[in-house]
Design a binder for this molecule. Structure first.
Ligand SMILES: [Zn+2]
Length: 145
């Protein structure tokens, strides 16, 4: 689903945040999506422009590194876009925003944290627990989105 800030009425999203603060963060989430999509387009263009048929082995190795780096960056951008979309869709569906998305927790996440890192899903305690879990299972997650 391609939810964006235009689709949702922020006044209907309950939160511990002020309306202006909600607006600030959702504008940033929208920026993650629009700038991310633009960046993915640029990276894909760059990727297809990398010359891998070069006759010089050193140049070929460099091209190969460049391709890998570019692919990793595309994956990172796509992941961030996906998280931003999920946050917007979740807020729209559940009518709330600004709380830890671990179902067992749900504490308020401070505005300063959300504003600095709009893709924040968990409070600090849950994030620390999730990172500890991920040492054993890299795909483990506590966030319910
Ligand atoms: Zn939590």
């Amino acid at each position: 689903m391609n939810s964006t800030i235009e689709d949702i009425n922020l006044n209907e999203i309950s939160s511990h945040l002020e309306d202006e603060q909600k607006k600030d963060i959702f504008t940033k989430l929208n920026g993650v999506i629009s700038k991310g999509e633009q960046r993915v387009t640029e990276l894909k263009e760059h990727f297809s422009s990398i010359d891998i048929a070069n006759s010089d082995p050193l140049d070929r190795a460099e091209s190969s590194d460049d391709r890998e780096r570019t692919l990793r960056e595309i994956e990172r951008e796509k992941k961030n876009i996906s998280i931003a979309r999920k946050i917007i869709a979740f807020s729209s569906k559940h009518g709330e925003y600004g709380y830890c998305l671990n179902n067992d927790c749900g504490v308020d996440i401070p505005y300063a944290k959300l504003s600095a890192y709009p893709l924040t899903l968990l409070c600090l305690d849950c994030k620390a627990r999730e990172e500890a879990m991920q040492k054993y299972n890299p795909t483990a997650t506590l966030a319910s989105i």
